[in-house]
Design a protein around this ligand. Structure first.
Ligand code: HQG
Length: 205
């Protein structure tokens, strides 16, 4: 990941600032490490750190800051930059609180959406060996609260590469899902749903 920084003239920036006088606040390697830790903390293991997360996934920023400072030696400014520049919109900060937008395994209320403008086709990248069972039983959230879908084939391939260098890509008929009364939600750059029955799924790659 690129570094994040702050410049008196250009403001917050990713990579390098326009005038060249900006200061790096967090380097790329550390950014990735802290971002992964924040994802884990807010999605999967708040209890391991005694962090209170409410039913909508929110935690107090000062509590998260304390935990992150103790473990990684960085504070509020770094967390805010990481959230603001996250390429997938993984985090949301509002009114002194922070939450993960998606990806939870802990029990949180996931039935909210950042818009009703849902693309007619969405994509899902996965390990090729999963395809047979997905086409038979549908896409399930498995260990998470929701099924995660991508807006582009490229993004789906990137998700699938976490499992296999040549992942399978499935096209999901989101338009028909909505027409049939199934919910599809927008969370940052990602789209989510509870479950995709096989009839809406077609393998394209
Ligand atoms: C598979 C990351 C067999 C499913 C990513 C997937 C994403 C089935 C795996 C986000 C199945 C679950 C979520 C069935 C589902 N039979 N396999 N019936 N139904 N599966 O990690 O979508 O970087 O929970 O295909 O980029 O891979 O962390 O879901 O392979 O946006 O922000 O079961 O997490 O985002 O795996 O990833 P996951 P995912 P972050």
């Amino acid at each position: 990941m690129k570094p994040l920084g702050f410049c008196e003239r250009c403001g917050k920036f990713e990579g390098s600032c326009k005038c060249g006088r900006g200061r790096i606040v967090i380097n790329g390697k550390k950014r990735e490490l802290v971002s992964k830790f924040l994802s884990g903390l807010l999605r999967h293991f708040p209890h391991s750190f005694g962090l209170k997360v409410d039913e909508e996934g929110w935690a107090r920023l000062e509590d998260v800051e304390r935990i992150v400072r103790e473990r990684h030696g960085v504070g509020r400014r770094e967390i805010e930059l990481i959230a603001e520049f996250d390429p997938k919109g993984r985090f949301e900060i509002r009114d002194g609180r922070i939450r993960a937008r998606y990806g939870h395994s802990i029990k949180v209320e996931v039935d909210w959406s950042e818009g009703s403008d849902i693309p007619s086709v969405l994509y899902h990248g996965t390990h090729p060996k999963n395809v047979e069972s997905i086409l038979k039983e549908g896409l399930r959230p498995m260990r998470r609260r929701e099924v995660h879908l991508s807006e582009t084939i490229g993004d789906a391939i990137e998700v699938g590469r976490r499992y296999h260098p040549n992942p399978a890509v499935l096209a999901i008929d989101a338009e028909k899902m909505l027409k049939d009364g199934l919910k599809v939600r927008k969370k940052g750059k990602v789209y989510t749903t509870d479950y995709v029955p096989p009839e809406y799924i077609k393998r394209i790659i």
